[in-house]
Ligand binder design. Sequence first.
Ligand code: KIV
Ligand code: ZN
Length: 528
Amino acid sequence: MSTSPVSSDHTLDRVFIFDTTLRDGEQSPGASMNTAEKLEIARQLVRLGVDVIEAGFPISSPGDFESVRRIAAEVGDAVTVCALSRAIPGDIERAAEALKGAARPRIHTGIGASDSHLNDKLHISRDVAIERGVAAVKLARSFVEDVEFYAEDAARADRDFLCRMIEAVIAAGATVVNIPDTTGYSYPEVFGDLIRTLGERVRGIEDVTISIHCHNDLGMATANALAGVKAGARQVECTINGLGERAGNTAMEEVVMALKMRPDIFGADTRINTKEFVRASRLVSSITGILVQPNKAIVGANAFAHSSGIHQDGVLKERSTYEIIDPADVGAGGSSIVLTARSGRAALRHRLAELGYAMEDDDFEGIHQAFLDLADKKKEVYDEDLEALVGEAERMVGEVYHLEQVHVSCGDPGIPTATVELIRQDGQSLIDSSHGNGPVDAVYHAINRIVGVSNDLTEFSVQSVTRGIDAVGEVTIRIKSEDGRTFTGRGAHPDIIVSSAKAYVNALNRLLVAAEAPSLADESFEEI
Ligand code: KIV
Ligand code: ZN
């Protein structure tokens, strides 16, 4: 089955994208932005190729007024700039004032349509609501050619009344009619049916654009918006990352990609440059401080990450087995294979090869075992972890003693005590215990009791080589033998006591091997 998008197909109907990140999106608690930040987002919206930017609600504050004015001046005729107003003359005049410098201005005005809004908020009758809506559209038309009317809470309004209201505002000069599901109450079948009904019953609707504006209170904003498109709406109001009042608005990236991926269902497409989605998402998130959930469709950090071994195997053989969207199409770089305890050999081998480690089967088995041990302790195994594991495996070559286990008990009060088991080259298990000034000192004394080679510890350092609280710590030590030669040892493990023990055994092995092969002293360490 092909999953390639067909956005260049000119038989598809055009759906206009009305971005309201700077207006409805900014209504998200904590998302307020200053004018400079709004301008930065507006520039990115132009790069995305949106059709309309709703830049603000000018009557609400001097800052909003200024943002609309500056955005209108900056974007020129690249995009329509829209300003929100209530069906109140002062609001409309202020919106018109802010849009004065716009090459393509639109005033968005409207009034409540549901009985809930008319009775409990506005305290007006249905007829008065229509009168005010009509007057607002006429006033807005006296300033600009392009006037959008919103029937707030349309999804909960009486249908006969809504048809009457929409017909009246079209007759008054509205060019776009917005049918919002203000409270996110609707359901795809019902919302689609509402849009279809308006299309069939409202006189003059064929001459205007039907817009939809869906909120996400029941997690159905995208589904409802798509149902609206299927029923004939040709403008979708949406925001980057689905930002918006309460549970948010329709996520632009979701609607646009659904249309792009399923022309067979919707027969419609947009002119959005989808490769700009991830950049837009990151910009909005960093400016508002509102993080994107990792599993968010299209732009989430995990949207193209594969963690299970079965999926990784499939994706490595053929990406489309588990990915319907090419990550490059939304600017996400590539698919990522996340190495966890559930990853299989194929994924580990693939990642090692990408890091430049081509391995024989025997070596790979050793690394795979060490990887599984580490993955059981950590949530995610990063590239640096793998490099540490490979380094560790390389260090094990030529071992005289192998650290089998180490156990410490310490605290305050308490005497740091360590028990160590080493396996000698001939397979013999040797166990001893000792105490010391601290846990590492106790471990080193216990190892000394087994190995019995006198030396001085001249250097000890520990470094975190991976990220997070469960990071791998790498210990590097230097010891000096009785004849004055220096040997370096390294050990890596999430437990730094174990790393320390490994590093010490590694240095002792070098010292012991050097007794027979002097070139293994530190001068030639790099060649090993
Ligand atoms: O949700 C809504 O109804 C709105 C209108 C102002 C369009 O945001
Ligand atoms: Zn809204």
